[in-house]
Design a protein around this ligand. Sequence first.
Ligand code: CA
Length: 476
Amino acid sequence: MKALLPAAVLTALSACTATTHTAPSGDHTPDRAHAQDPPNLIVILVDDLGYADTGFNGTTDLATPHLDQLAAQGVVCTNAYVTYAVCGPSRAGLITGRYQDRFGANLNPTANPAVPNNGVPTSEQNIAELLAPVGYTSAAVGKWHLGTHPDLRPLERGFDHFFGFLAGGLDYFPENLTLHDLSEVNGAWAWHRTKLVRGDTPIENNTWRTDYLTEELSAEADAFLRDHHTTNPDDPFFLYLAYNAPHTPMQARQRDLDRFPHITDNRRKTYAAMVATVDDGVGMLLDTLNELDLDEDTLIVFLSDNGGATNNGSINAPLRGHKSDFFDGGLRVPFVVRWPGVLPAGTRYDHPVSALDIAATIVDLADAPVAPERPLDGVNLVPYLTGDNTDRPHEALYWYMIERGRLAARIGDLKFIQLEDGTPPMLFDLAADVGEATNLHNARPDDTATLRDRFDVWAEPMVLPLAPGLGTWFPN
Ligand code: CA
């Protein structure tokens, strides 16, 4: 698929309800029988990527040819939301398929491993834990950020393999990683300099296969695909590949910076280089899947964990706001689903979908058991993305910063936002106003009241964060 012009994207976005499913040129008949086999799942999660910063969403200065290839072979969801506007809570929602407010993972938690419940508590199950009983092998590669406490680490939480780092960020060059592990961290942010971990064990920097973190994570993901195919070809797998790019610190190799001579702003140039390195990795994985004849056996979801941040040079146009906001610029993300032979290639889907749907989709396809006391909040997206079900997957989606009283609800195309307790409510019609520029509250107070009431019903069972915040290293 050729990159669309921003104007075309804007038109598609503002036509939210008019065109839900755009057929590509050239008819495609999904092979329904294939859906009987539970597919492998690859989640490619990026960190703080701007809504506009892929070719398939209209970038004009970056280059994402492999992400665009993924989009051309799958479905671009234009109204795709995560469950929170910063990393930790968003990932907790994605990985469990449940609103993180249900179990207190609704604040970016401290990375201090001495603090219990500083991630997804053991009362919940993540996708790997849900899929283990039905025979999946699971690997987590990259940023964990779902709990550094020993009880919450990947190998304790259903994953058979882990290669990456436990906290919320890492420097990109191996020579910067001067701390052995989190026990040597003596304050907030120093976790950016801990060594990479394989399983439970830090690895030496001179054992890296590459000279740059993003490429190292791609190499590990590729090795997992090949190893699994060699040793376990008949069993399905779940690969959770969580790049920390293009999150700060803004660090890129000179040879990647040199790929963008037309970008003069240094921060944007660095961002472009960091995104390009992710794109290289995606290209390698797509080639490997094809080489191993796994294309039609593998469901891939690509998304960002929240909107572009103000400090990394990202662009969220035409959306308002950025990471940490409850405007769509914080919550609505680039999102592609690819499953050749089942999902129609080269299409765009405009009804709201959620990161919550990833768990619900694979659990449904794999017929994995879900405990009745922990019902999933998402839906299986496949019948919606194929066009078999023309209803909206979600009538309502909600967001809650419980400790500050910030809240938002999207019901249909109306969105209600309140920034803090006592501040004036905002109401937007996203079908007509994708940039959330015109507050309709005074004109439509009854709609505001209805959405607020719906939010209050949803929020009633939600709980306060279980752990102190990210900036707190010594919680006592
Ligand atoms: Ca993030």
